[in-house]
Design a protein around this ligand. Sequence first.
Ligand code: CA
Length: 238
Amino acid sequence: MAHLLVVEDDDTIGRALRSSLAVHGHDVVWCATGRDALEAGRVGVFDLVLLDLGLPDADGIDVCRDLRLTQPGAVLVMLTARDAEMDVIIGLEAGADDYLTKPVGLAELHARIYAHLRRVDTTLRSEPDDGDATAAVIGDLVIDLSARRVLAAGKEMPLRAKEFELLARLAAQPSAAVSRETLMTEVWDEHWHGSTKTLDVHIAALRRHLADLPVGTARPRITTLRGHGYRLDPPEPA
Ligand code: CA
């Protein structure tokens, strides 16, 4: 069972989400205002947050930013109107991990939530864990898959869930080209189709994290392969 926070002011959608998620065995807290959502974020601990960006009493992006701080371990999924491209980009930069566009089909919603929770909660994994590798080392970075953290010269990098998974996926094949489609399906959603701007925003964030490492850290570089995807290159020998 996962603890879910649903933030949705539309009564019909909120009720439908709550009952449908509860039927799937989740423990659901439903808030209809930004104020209630912030309060829930301060007192509870959630595995996943579904956040409608169009709220009556608060800017959804501000709520997103605040929940990112109070719920550092949660997967944050925004619900947006189909045409709100800018909201998506700003929301991802404000700390969201993923987004769904309205109207959201319940089958798609459950598939997406399951995919996210499976990565966070190992008890939901049906297959044996990621092979025999539990850590990858690249330059001064140790990517610890079992602890889901990255140490750079002994200090933990402040990565969000999807940033970690993206870096771990690239580091699984250092110096190899990995296509955008592979990254989207393996890091985000096996049923993914459509836009890949989520990927670009997360790559940009990873590059910032790598650039922020102390001078002298042997850090890998993320190389853009136009029309294909990305490659993680080991640091140049000193
Ligand atoms: Ca709304």
